[in-house]
Design a protein. Structure first.
Length: 240
C-alpha cells in the first residue's frame, strides 16, 4: 500500500514539473509585435490617431483610412506633420520633442498606413500638392463668394471658416487639407468635386487663392505662419 502511495506521489511530482506548461489557465506568452507590421500599425493608429482621424464622420479631422488621402499625400509630408505637429491641434509625436515615437518608428508607421490604406498609391498624385501653396488673396475672395460662402460664410450652414477663433486653432496647412480632401461623410466635397457655381470643382490655383484669402482673417498674434510667406509651388498646375 505504501509502495502504491509512493508511486502515486512520484507521478504527481513528475506531472507538476513536466505538465505545467499545459495547465489550464496558464497565460500564454505574448507574441512579439514587429514594428511596421500591420498589427503594430493598426495598434499605433488606434492609440494615437483614431480619436481625430477615424473613418467617416467619427473623427474631428481628415480621415487617414482613405485611399484618396494617400494618393495625394507623400510619405515625407505625413512624416513631417507627425514629427513636428501642425498648428495648435496637432502635437509633435517625435520623442526629441516630448512625443512617444522615434523617427524610425514614425517612418515605419507612415509606411505601414500606406500599405494598409493607400491602395497601392505612392503619393504625390491627384493633380494637386498635398502641402499648402501661397496664392492670390484678392482672387481668393471671388472664389470664396462663388464656391464656399453658401456653407462657410458667417451664418452659413456649416459654420464660418473666417471666424478669428476658428483660425487661431487651424493652421494654413489645415485649411489647405480641408479643401483638398473634403469630408465626404459630412457632405463636404473634395477640391475637384462639384461645388456651387463650380461644377468641376476648383483648380489648384483657386484652392491656393481661397486659402490665402481665408488666412487673412487670422489675428496677427496667432502663432500660425501666414500662407503668403510660403513659396509658391511651381509644380502645381491647373490641370484637372
Amino acid at each position: 500500500m505504501r509502495l502504491h502511495i509512493s508511486r502515486f506521489l512520484s507521478c504527481l511530482a513528475i506531472l507538476a514539473v513536466v505538465g505545467c506548461d499545459r495547465m489550464p489557465g496558464k497565460p500564454k506568452e505574448a507574441t512579439p509585435v514587429v514594428i511596421g507590421s500591420p498589427a503594430w500599425t493598426q495598434s499605433t493608429f488606434n492609440t494615437n490617431c483614431r480619436g481625430c482621424h477615424s473613418q467617416g464622420a467619427e473623427g474631428a479631422a481628415i480621415p487617414l483610412i482613405d485611399a484618396g488621402y494617400w494618393k495625394v499625400a507623400t510619405d515625407a509630408q505625413v512624416i513631417q506633420v507627425i514629427a513636428q505637429g501642425q498648428g495648435v491641434l496637432m502635437p509633435s509625436y517625435l520623442d526629441s520633442n516630448g512625443g512617444p515615437m522615434s523617427s524610425d518608428q514614425i517612418a515605419a508607421f507612415v509606411k505601414g498606413m500606406r500599405t494598409l490604406w493607400g491602395a497601392g498609391s505612392s503619393g504625390g498624385q491627384g493633380g494637386i500638392s498635398g502641402t499648402v501653396v501661397a496664392g492670390n488673396a484678392s482672387a481668393g475672395s471671388q472664389v470664396f463668394s462663388s464656391a464656399c460662402a453658401s456653407c462657410h460664410a458667417a451664418g452659413g450652414s456649416a459654420g464660418s471658416v473666417t471666424d478669428p477663433m476658428y483660425l487661431k486653432l487651424i493652421s494654413n496647412q489645415g485649411l489647405w487639407s480641408a479643401i483638398v480632401y473634403g469630408r465626404a461623410a459630412l457632405g463636404s466635397p473634395a477640391w475637384n468635386q462639384p461645388m456651387p457655381q463650380h461644377p468641376n470643382g476648383l483648380t489648384p490655383t483657386e484652392v491656393a487663392d481661397v486659402v490665402s484669402w481665408i488666412a487673412q482673417s487670422r489675428p496677427m498674434s496667432s502663432a500660425n505662419a501666414q500662407v503668403n510667406s510660403i513659396p509658391k509651388d511651381k509644380n502645381v498646375s491647373d490641370s484637372k
